[in-house]
Design a protein around this ligand. Structure first.
Ligand code: PLP
Length: 420
């Protein structure tokens, strides 16, 4: 950053006044006394969520009962919400469907892509991924390797080594665009171009990029992708995920989890699976309507939002946070492990510290919510629709205070929770 970072809180107040995204904070319901830096794990609750989900429960479910599948249009929600996500990720409306979880969608797209690759060239039997990839991505690959008809092996490579590992025995690569620990961002267009040359299919995991930065799946040559509904998309705990399949791949894609909602005519109750021609094929069973109601509220928080502005503010917030930690918490043992080049990171920063767990518990206790990641990371997510520059200032002031006072070194902050 070439511009001067603030040295006083008043300068952050001024930045908030000039912030073109400031008005969007009202779209969220945030508890008093909380600075929320964990929207990368679970997005904040949209302001109208309780009322809107409540209406789906009482009017559509309670009164409408089964008629609501047609009258309230429930049956179309996976497509409609998919189209909403398509606009955020640079896809066409009929290339994205909301269904299942990220893990399940990874399985569907990866197992199908493996089968397709092996039909064309049986020698391609490797699923490639990165060593530090999110565990569910690795587990899904391992599970596919156990059952793949044509045989399959999982091969992991170190960070930055994917493109050179695109060899002729590789069928597909599972690539998470933004690393959940470091926040390192892959250049999607470049990696897709390398993969295409090498005959490798990439299945992108956009869990930490959809809603966090502008994406151009079509323009950048992505063909298959999945992503998460409850992180930057604000869909609520366990919200359904999405799957993106580029139009040319849809019609012949072998759906490994064939279910009746992927049938071309589910209510014909036919004996034989005849998959839908388009993106509907990538559904399996009945959509979870109440959870979709939450995701619908989450996607509405993006109405009229310019993701270029979101990206610009995300980088400004993270640059400010990094600067303040290094200036105000110097010598306290924090080591930033995220890329310093803003173009090379997503919308988060992680710091290694030998006492990361109790420090995080101590600041959470004081209203600054980030999260801990194994083995020694404090992770902070930046969500420009509801964060202010003054929040960043105040969060670092609290972190500094917890360090100076040794408040973190207290027995009550040592106990580990199940969910970190
Ligand atoms: C959060 C996350 C997931 C989540 O998968 P679920 O099936 O929703 O539990 C998957 N992949 C990555 C990279 C993630 O960050």
């Amino acid at each position: 950053m070439t511009f001067q970072q603030p040295t006083q809180r008043g300068e952050c107040e001024r930045m908030d006044q000039l912030d073109p995204l400031a008005e969007f904070r009202d779209r969220f319901s945030l508890p008093d006394g909380v600075i929320y830096l964990d929207g990368n794990s679970l997005g904040a609750m949209p302001a109208g969520a309780a009322q809107s989900i409540g209406e789906v429960v009482s009017a559509q479910w309670g009164s409408g009962l089964i008629r609501s599948w047609n009258r309230a249009g429930w049956v179309h929600w996976p497509r409609e919400l998919g189209a909403g996500i398509a606009r955020l990720v640079g896809a066409q409306d009929d290339e994205v469907i909301v269904a299942d979880s990220t893990s399940v969608n990874l399985f569907k797209l990866a197992a199908g892509a493996l089968a397709l690759a092996q039909q064309r060239s049986p020698g391609r039997r490797v699923i490639l991924s990165e060593e530090g990839n999110f565990p569910t991505d690795l587990y899904v690959a391992q599970g596919i390797a156990k059952t793949a008809a044509g045989g399959c092996e999982v091969r992991l490579v170190g960070e930055g080594k994917l493109a050179e590992a695109f060899r002729d025995d590789v069928a597909l690569a599972l690539v998470t665009q933004v690393d959940y620990r470091s926040g390192r961002l892959h250049d999607m267009a470049q990696l897709n171009a390398r993969a295409r040359q090498a005959g490798v299919q990439i299945v992108w995991d956009l869990s930490h990029s959809a809603g966090a930065l502008p994406l151009h799946l079509g323009r950048d040559g992505a063909q298959l992708a999945v992503g998460c509904g409850y992180k930057y998309l604000n869909g609520g705990p366990g919200a359904p995920a999405f799957a993106y399949v580029a139009k040319p791949l849809q019609a012949d894609f072998p759906m490994p989890l064939a279910g009746w909602f992927g049938h071309s005519n589910p209510f014909a109750f036919a004996q034989q699976f005849l998959p839908a021609a388009g993106i509907e094929r990538f559904q399996c069973g009945t959509p979870p309507i109440l959870s979709l109601a939450g995701l619908r509220c989450g996607l509405a928080t993006f109405d009229g939002v310019d993701l270029q502005l979101v990206r610009a503010k995300s980088l400004a917030l993270s640059a400010l946070f990094l600067h303040l930690v290094e200036a105000q918490c110097a010598g306290m043992g924090f080591r930033c492990i995220s890329p310093r080049d803003p173009d090379a990171r997503g919308s988060q920063l992680s710091f290694a510290h030998p006492h990361a767990w109790p420090i995080m518990q101590a600041i959470i206790d004081r209203g600054v919510i980030g999260d801990f990641r194994q083995p020694d990371l404090l992770r902070f997510g930046f969500t420009p629709l509801y964060q202010r520059y003054t929040d960043i200032w105040d969060a670092v002031a609290i972190l500094r205070e917890v360090m100076l006072s040794s408040a973190w070194d207290d027995a009550r902050y040592r106990a580990r929770n199940i969910v970190t």
